[in-house]
Each structure stands twice: as structure tokens, then as C-alpha cells.
Design a protein around this ligand. Structure first.
Ligand code: NAP
Length: 257
């Protein structure tokens, strides 16, 4: 049982759907104040309403510096503090290298990696003033560990987050701010629901634990990294993938049978 984080304040970027929604709901359930951030105010408000009066929605595009600063200011103004940032917003449009344009590359880098820098920078003044804080990045197995056709830009952005994290963790350690990352495998989100049973069965077959991850699996890892019990962990990443990256070949999976 982790010590209670009740009453603390968290910003969850990309909190309106998928993994970010799961993180928002989990921290809301743990009685933190939750600022749910997305580019769509109504979607963010909807998740906040599911949580209750200690949550609210905020519209921000995390690839824009002014929006990130406004997001941090809103958390301070609404809740009087800012303890945890889950920098989770991300996009994953596929484009093979023979078709990928510089604009495709820049959009993914801007939304996934530049946003990491901008949202972290925006929360620092408040966390430094408070004498501590927790920053949790949603990276991916794709990029840091694995590759997938169509996702060279995405993989680069997700691996880039870990490079950013390691230096940020050193720089921010004197302020008692920890910076860690969660690396999800294949997580069942709203986006996957329409893909059909066959598609999902194929994905499950490649995972030693034989199921897709849930948004709760990721939220629980984030909750641990935000906890008092994780105070001495910084600059690290936790893979939450049901063992997906472990088999060295298809044969290894078949040998499980
Ligand atoms: P999702 O369901 O598509 O949700 C993405 C969230 O990010 C939405 O709330 C979206 O809201 C928000 N967002 C996108 N661009 C934004 C921007 N510029 N500014 C602010 N908010 C923005 O995605 P997901 O699958 O939950 O993925 C969430 C994170 O987990 C991403 O970083 C992704 O790379 C990572 N991840 C996911 C999986 C997986 O299996 N799902 C696996 C590994 C890693 P708006 O569109 O309204 O702004």
C-alpha cells in the first residue's frame, strides 16, 4: 500500500483519451486534484467531470510554449500548487520512409518531443519553488527498444524523450524533482476498439502474458513513480508491456506452448 497522495495536484497532458484518460482517472481516484489537458476543451472537461469536483479540463496544445505556460499557471491558480506532471500527450501517424515528408517528421517531433521539453520547462518554476516534484514521461517500447515500419519519426521522438529525461534528472535532482518514464507496450485504448477481434488476437499472440495492456496498467506505474515510495528513483524507465519485448524470435513464443 502506497502512502496517500491525496490533495496533491497533477497535470496530465493528453488526458482526454486513452492512456492519459486512464492516468487522470487513476490519480483522481487517489484524490489528487487533476488538470486534464488536451487540445479539445470539451473532451478534457468530460474526463474531469467523470473524476469529480477536484478535477478540471484545460485546453492546450503542448507543442506551443505559451499554452504550456498557461497550463502550469492554471494548475497553480485553480489548486494552489503543482506537484506532478505526466507528460503523456502524443501522436503516432504512420508513414514509411519512402513517403515521409519533412513536415510529417516535424509534426511528430513537435507534438511528442518538443512538447516534453516545453511542458517540463513550464512546471519547473512552481516545482522548484515548492522544493520538489515528480515528472513522469509517457515514452514507448517503440524507439527506445523496438522498431515498427512507419514509425521511424515516432520511434525517434520516443527515444528522444529518454535522452531528455537522463539529463533533466541530473539537472533537477538538486531541487528534489525526479524525472522518470513509463514505456507502454500495446495498450488497449479507444483507438484499438474498432480494429476488430482478429487484429487484436494477433497482437495478443505476440505478448508472453497473452493480453494487451490496459490504461490502468500504465496508470499504476505512473502512480508508483509519483509516490513517496519512489522518491529515490530518478532518470529511469519502467517497461509495462506484458513481456512483449522479451522473446528473441517467433520460435521463443511458439516454445511457450
Ligand atoms: P490517444 O488515445 O490518441 O490520446 C492522445 C491524447 O493526447 C489525447 O488526449 C489528445 O487529445 C492528446 N494530444 C495529442 N496531441 C496533443 C497536443 N499537441 N497538445 C495537447 N494534447 C494533445 O493516444 P494514447 O494511445 O493514449 O497514447 C498516449 C501516449 O502513450 C502517447 O505519448 C503515445 O506515444 C504513448 N503510447 C501509447 C501506446 C498505446 O498502445 N496506446 C503505446 C506506447 C506508447 P487532443 O487530440 O484533443 O489534443
Amino acid at each position: 500500500m502506497l502512502q496517500s497522495l491525496a490533495g496533491k495536484t497533477i497535470i496530465v497532458t493528453g488526458g482526454s483519451r486513452g492512456i492519459g484518460r486512464g492516468i487522470s482517472l487513476r490519480f483522481g481516484q487517489a484524490k489528487l486534484n487533476v488538470l486534464v489537458v488536451s487540445r479539445n476543451q470539451a473532451d478534457a472537461d468530460k474526463v474531469a467531470a467523470e473524476i469529480g469536483p477536484h478535477a478540471s479540463g484545460f485546453r492546450a496544445d503542448v507543442s506551443q510554449q505559451e499554452d504550456c505556460q498557461a497550463m502550469a499557471a492554471a494548475a497553480l491558480q485553480r489548486y494552489g500548487g503543482l506537484d506532478i506532471l505526466c507528460a503523456n500527450a502524443g501522436i503516432f501517424p504512420a508513414a514509411k520512409l519512402t513517403e515521409m515528408t519533412p513536415a510529417d517528421f516535424d509534426t511528430v517531433m513537435s507534438t511528442n518531443l518538443r512538447s516534453t521539453f516545453l511542458s517540463v520547462s513550464a512546471v519547473l518554476p512552481a516545482m522548484i519553488k515548492a522544493g520538489g516534484g515528480r515528472i513522469i514521461l509517457t515514452s514507448s517500447i517503440t524507439g527506445p527498444i523496438t522498431g515498427y515500419p512507419g514509425w521511424a519519426h515516432y520511434g525517434a521522438s520516443k527515444a528522444g524523450q529518454l535522452g531528455f529525461m537522463r539529463t533533466a534528472a541530473i539537472e533537477l535532482a538538486p531541487h528534489q524533482i525526479t524525472v522518470n518514464a513509463v514505456l507502454p507496450g500495446n495498450i488497449f485504448t479507444e483507438g484499438l476498439e474498432g480494429m476488430g477481434a482478429d487484429y487484436i488476437a494477433k497482437m495478443e499472440a505476440s505478448i508472453p502474458l497473452k493480453r494487451l495492456g490496459t490504461v490502468k496498467d500504465i496508470a499504476n506505474a505512473a502512480l508508483f513513480l509519483a509516490s513517496e515510495e519512489a522518491a529515490y528513483i530518478t532518470g529511469q524507465s519502467i517497461v509495462v508491456d506484458g513481456g512483449q519485448v522479451l522473446p528473441e524470435s517467433l520460435g521463443a513464443l511458439e516454445a511457450m506452448e
